[in-house]
Design a protein around this ligand. Structure first.
Ligand code: 5AD
Ligand code: SF4
Length: 461
């Protein structure tokens, strides 16, 4: 039986021989997926999850390296946890900072005894054994064994009606600002059969919505032997949609150049594929896109969006932006504001450029000063907030489907997500037990639109 994280956290006391572990995942959804898998993997070794690091025997920091701030947070957490935790607690650093820094991380943070990366997390039990047995004071494993981890992890557990499934690892695009190709390795897709088995196991545990994860998930291609035609992302979504119990499918994140016609068509033909597409553009100036090595233009991006909207007119388009890339002028930035308003993004993410050691852009001349980056970020976020709110306002008075996740923000409310991936809080009239609804798809009448979420009431059936 896979462990349930909630059960582990609320367990009154450790049984004899059991140890406590604390896991913190930073950054992206792929790390959230990896963090859950680590908890499940350590359970048969006698480790149960603890809610804080204070009384833990093992502390695992599943780190993110994408921006400098993410690294800073890890190092300050290591210092604080070392002071507060048991003196005998072992601190292990996994994830992308672990991969990028390897043994040098231990020089900067001597409290750390184990370092591993996103592709070697399944070897943590062996690394731990080396340190615990005293055969090594410290242990490091930053290999890139392709997809080996998936074959060495227990069947994933479900932690609610919605689950992530990683279907691809790594990235070959080498955008000049990005550490991912160095920390997660080459782009590689998992076999479709393995993914379908994982989705089936999740559906059996009550999962209704699957979000497929990868850095360029729209480039997914199941590895095949000769004569077989490869399974594309669109085909995979079709096959997952045929699994009993799975009602919603999403995927993230994508590259504009891999948005193939069959995927665009799937937004029209696959009713289980939700009308939400996260397609990063990063900048609205072709000059900057070229310096970023994005290999697409603003025009090609807009043409793709037009095709997607022709297939599914009500789709929510989300994305990522970076402001203050080296050499970005006021005029370049004005073009970014322009494209953000034109597309009408919903819930898009924007970041100030952070120079990352080892990436080509970190060495470019004309780095933009921090104050300018901050101002540009605020200006872009104002446009993105406006387009998100405008999108949400159209739902007032409509009845929409909501996958109920649990209690809402206010007493008496429940919380869930719309097909467009927007949070919905709603009330339930007397006579219906709110506790019976989490995990179900219900209809809600929308009465208000907030800046980032919707408010409504359960529709009468
Ligand atoms: N600085 C700021 N943002 C970055 N991203 C990736 N690398 C950097 C960086 N060096 C952003 C991109 C990417 C998202 C996951 O993080 O927008 O799409
Ligand atoms: Fe990074 Fe570009 Fe790959 Fe996305 S596509 S992970 S931004 S290198």
């Amino acid at each position: 039986m896979p462990i349930r994280i909630e059960d582990a956290v609320t367990a009154p006391a450790l049984a004899q021989g059991q140890k406590a572990m604390f896991i913190k995942s930073y950054g992206c959804q792929m790390n959230v997926y990896d963090g859950l898998r680590m908890a499940e993997m350590m359970a048969p070794h006698g480790y149960r999850l603890a809610p804080t690091a204070d009384a833990a025997d093992l502390i695992i920091l599943n780190t993110c390296h994408i921006r400098e701030k993410a690294d800073d947070k890890v190092f300050s957490d290591i210092g604080r946890m070392r002071r507060q935790a048991n003196k005998s607690a072992i601190i292990a650093v996994g994830g992308c900072t672990g991969q990028a820094m390897g043994a040098s991380l231990m020089q900067q943070a001597p409290a750390v005894q184990i370092v591993f990366g996103p592709q070697t997390l399944h070897r943590l039990p062996q690394l731990l054994e080396k340190v615990q047995s005293g055969s090594q004071k410290r242990a490091v494993d930053t290999d890139f064994p392709e997809l080996e981890k998936f074959d060495n992890l227990p069947t994933p557990g479900a932690y609610g009606p919605s689950a992530f499934v990683t279907i691809q690892e790594g990235c070959d695009k080498f955008c000049t600002y990005c550490v991912v190709p160095y920390t997660r390795g080459a782009e590689i897709s998992r076999p479709a059969a393995d993914i379908l088995a994982e989705c089936q196991a999740l559906a059996t545990q009550g999962v209704r919505e699957i979000t497929l994860l990868g850095q360029n998930v729209n480039a997914y291609q199941s590895p095949v032997t000769s004569h077989q035609s490869p399974v594309t992302l669109a085909k995979l979504c079709e096959q997952i949609g045929a699994i009993a119990g799975i009602e919603r499918i999403r995927f993230t994140t994508s590259h504009p150049n891999n948005t193939s016609p069959d995927l665009i068509a799937a937004f029209a033909t696959n009713p289980k594929l939700m009308p939400y597409f996260h397609l990063p553009i990063q900048a609205g100036s072709n000059r900057i896109l070229q310096a970023m090595n994005r290999n697409h233009t603003v025009e090609s991006y807009l043409a793709t969006i037009a095709q997607v909207r022709a297939a599914q007119p009500h789709i929510a388009i989300s994305g990522d932006f970076i402001v203050g890339f080296p050499g970005e002028t006021e005029d370049d930035f004005a073009q970014t504001l322009q494209v953000a308003a034109t597309v009408g993004f919903v819930g898009a993410y924007s970041f100030a450029y952070s120079p990352r050691p080892g990436t080509p852009a970190a060495d470019l001349p004309n780095q933009v000063d921090e104050l300018t980056k901050k101002e540009r970020l605020a200006a872009l976020q104002a446009v993105l907030d406006h387009t998100t709110e405008a999108f949400l306002t159209q739902f007032i008075g409509q009845t929409i489907s909501v996958l109920v996740e649990g209690p809402g923000g206010q007493p008496g409310q429940l919380r869930g997500r719309s097909p467009h991936n927007m949070p919905v809080n709603f009330t339930v009239e007397n006579g219906i037990d709110p506790a019976s609804l989490p995990g179900q798809l219900v209809e809600a009448e929308i009465t208000h639109a907030g800046p980032k979420s919707l408010l409504g009431r359960l529709a009468r059936s």
